[in-house]
Design a protein around this ligand. Structure first.
Ligand code: 1SD
Ligand code: ZN
Length: 266
């Protein structure tokens, strides 16, 4: 693959296995969640989270989207399908060219305008994020569907910085406390299954927890995502089909195979 991986014709998800063999594995994400195939999650432990709003650090342009890095100290995701404690590492979003698609997971074929991912790692068993990402129970990612509606005030704290990180490789401090708990739908059940990172290297190390209820973000917030550039300030605009904009960054769904999706009504 001559180009960096991406979401275009020549470097998109179909080409990823050439350079990242895990991408062709049996435990890939995202998947279509079919309500007919669900089993019930057998646990009496409630999924619980605690975050430190002051520990949200900076937002960066990755060339394929934005990512907010978090200092995970004091954060905690426990219970539900998880054993031990997982700490927050970062959060980011996936979106599409228009509001009718953009989520990575789909529900019975239904797509959403976007999907927010809060990426956590197992600090009970592993020493660092990078170490945890080598093991099947290393990461836990919370997925939240985005649908067009009211402006999301907490997300706006990220959106307000995007014009400062127009180009790949740029970053900006988020200078106000931001509470990631505000992204999680209240009283929502969730689906859980064993999967992978949805971007290269597509490592099969993620316990996915996908909330059933979407949250609302505004059309303008989604439009601002699409103004990000996929190349750095010193480079020429690539002549790709998106004219160098991050118009879309979702991976299409992969087969469930032998896996089970479990449902928790919480
Ligand atoms: O897309 C992200 C990627 O940016 C990176 O953050 C990775 C974690 O190292 O996670 C994937 S994802 O599976 O959370 N989409
Ligand atoms: Zn993601």
């Amino acid at each position: 693959m001559a180009l960096d991986w991406g979401y275009g014709q020549t470097n998109g998800p179909k080409t990823w296995p050439e350079c990242f063999p895990d991408a062709a594995g049996p435990r890939q994400s995202p998947i279509d969640i079919n309500p007919v195939d669900l089993k019930t999650l057998n646990t009496n432990r409630k999924l619980q989270w605690k975050y430190v709003p002051e520990n949200t650090d900076e937002v960066s342009n990755q060339g394929y989207g934005w990512k907010v890095q978090v200092n995970g100290e004091g954060s905690e995701l426990t219970g539900g399908p998880l054993d031990g404690k997982y700490v927050l590492e970062q959060f980011h979003c996936h979106w599409g060219e228009s509001n009718d698609r953009g989520s990575e997971h789909t529900i019975n074929g239904e797509t959403f305008a976007g999907e927010l991912h809060l990426v956590h790692w197992n600090s009970t068993k592993y020493r660092t994020f990078a170490d945890a990402a080598k093991y099947p129970d290393g990461l836990a990612v919370l997925g939240v569907f985005l649908q067009p509606g009211r402006k999301h005030p907490e997300l706006e704290k990220v959106v307000a910085q995007l014009n400062r990180i127009e180009y790949k490789g740029e970053n900006a401090k988020i200078n106000v406390p931001l509470n990631p708990a505000q992204f999680l739908p209240s009283n929502s059940g969730y689906y859980t299954y064993h999967g992978s990172l949805t971007t290269p290297p597509c490592s099969e190390c993620v316990i996915w927890i996908v909330f059933k209820e979407p949250i609302e973000v505004s059309h303008d917030q989604l439009m601002t995502f699409r103004t990000m550039k996929s190349y750095s300030r010193e480079d020429n605009c690539p002549c790709d089909e998106y004219k160098g904009f991050v118009k879309k960054n979702f991976r299409p769904t992969l087969p469930l195979g032998q896996r089970e999706v479990k449902e928790c009504r919480q």
